[in-house]
Design a protein. Structure first.
Length: 118
């Protein structure tokens, strides 16, 4: 089992920045690909960004490319999401997730709320 705890959400004005953190415990963090997802009110959860176990590969949704940066520190068992130039449409609950590479994202955090005001 992997336990994931997100932090860093909050209320920010459009154009501002936030950095989300997700700390893992329970298994070897570097065994997992890590991802960030978000869910806006009334919408389905959507993919935001992903990073491979050694930070060698990153992927982003088109909607956040150039504004968000995913990174990880395996020594701290933590994955980050730096969000710049935030827009009201970035509002939602942000979840981090861990994938063992065999069956999608197996473990999920409880989520952290991000609200961007116009």
């Amino acid at each position: 089992q992997v336990q994931l705890v997100e932090s860093g959400g909050g209320l920010v004005q459009a154009g501002g920045s936030l950095r989300l953190s997700c700390t893992a415990s329970g298994r070897t963090f570097s065994d997992y690909t890590m991802g960030w997802f978000r869910q806006a009110p009334g919408k389905e959860r959507e993919f935001v960004a992903q990073i491979s176990w050694n930070s060698g590969s990153t992927y982003y949704a088109n909607s956040v490319k150039g504004r968000f940066t995913i990174s990880r520190d395996n020594a701290k068992n933590t994955v980050y999401l730096q969000m710049n130039s935030l827009k009201p449409e970035d509002t939602g609950v942000y979840y981090c997730a861990a994938s063992d590479g065999r069956s999608g994202y197996n473990y999920w955090g409880q989520g952290t709320q991000v609200t961007v005001s116009s």
